[in-house]
Design a protein around this ligand. Sequence first.
Ligand code: NCD
Ligand code: ZN
Length: 351
Amino acid sequence: MTDPHPKLALLRPDDWHLHLRDGASLATIVRHTARVFARAIIMPNLQPPVTTVAAAAGYSERIRAALPAASPFVPLMTLYLTDNTPPSEIERVHASGFVHAVKYYPAGATTNSDSGVTALERVYPALEAMERLGVVLSLHGEVTDPGVDMFDRERVFVDTLLSRIGRDFPGLRVVLEHVTTREAVAYVREADAPIAATITPQHLLWSRNALFVGGLRPHHYCLPILKREAHRQALVEAATSGHPRFFLGTDSAPHARHAKENACGCAGCFSAPAALEMYAEVFEDAGALDRLEGFASRHGADFYRLPRNTDHVTLERKPWTVPDQYPFGADALVPLRAGETMRWRVADAAR
Ligand code: NCD
Ligand code: ZN
């Protein structure tokens, strides 16, 4: 008889793009990721942003203090690049051993990006130091020109700023975050440079139609925004291809329910409670479950020059229902797939 609940063991995965926020709600948020993932790249777009190694050390301590007792989860910290980040701070990143990337937000591109980079030239001294020292540049790859169509901002970024960065800093290690277009995928695949890309579950699962099913769907709104179906297919092809330049980064980005269901709703999808399970659906539908481990558990560690994890998680093909919401202070957090049935569950996640 065939097993009614087939199992799939994977090396424990890491999340190479995660927002945990700060303060009282940290414990409610981090537990979802620490349940499944060994490590995560923690994005620095707090208010105020994490712009120094000293600030990253404090934030790392607060994350560790918010973890369930004895959790082995390791936050991999990042700095927020500003027009004024001095090369000496990049030297400190390199020496720190716990800050693993520097994040470039074009000013105004997304949530809490007001202190971001206003012109590429302004950060050339910092990029030069990063290239020299091998520090990873993590890129939010969208232009901010209001004259550029919302759905073209990543493609235009690839054609302009990313191409310039590639030309002027050919040795710079770059992660193009949360890619959403076939042009970004093609650039990453073909570049003669140390570049890689993270891909979120929502960009693999849905085209932009998901924003408008029967009405406006704020919980599917994130940046970069969902694109048309042909782009989604290019992302699925890249993620499931086994190519080592593509790896898992959820971009799980919690915002309170009232801030999402709002006349001016915030960008960000809270995917952490069912993230690995969503990726498993995508890989299964593509007939590529055998490639999930590379994408989730090997390619990212290799790119970041960190050891691969050695323990395992087991996915079980056993349906469960994602809660409608989770508590979030006096408000609530609505996860992706709220109230929906997931095909896969993480079986041995008692961490
Ligand atoms: C992120 C957030 O809320 O911090 N939002 C999002 O839509 N992805 C910021 C980001 O990664 O762009
Ligand atoms: Zn993000």
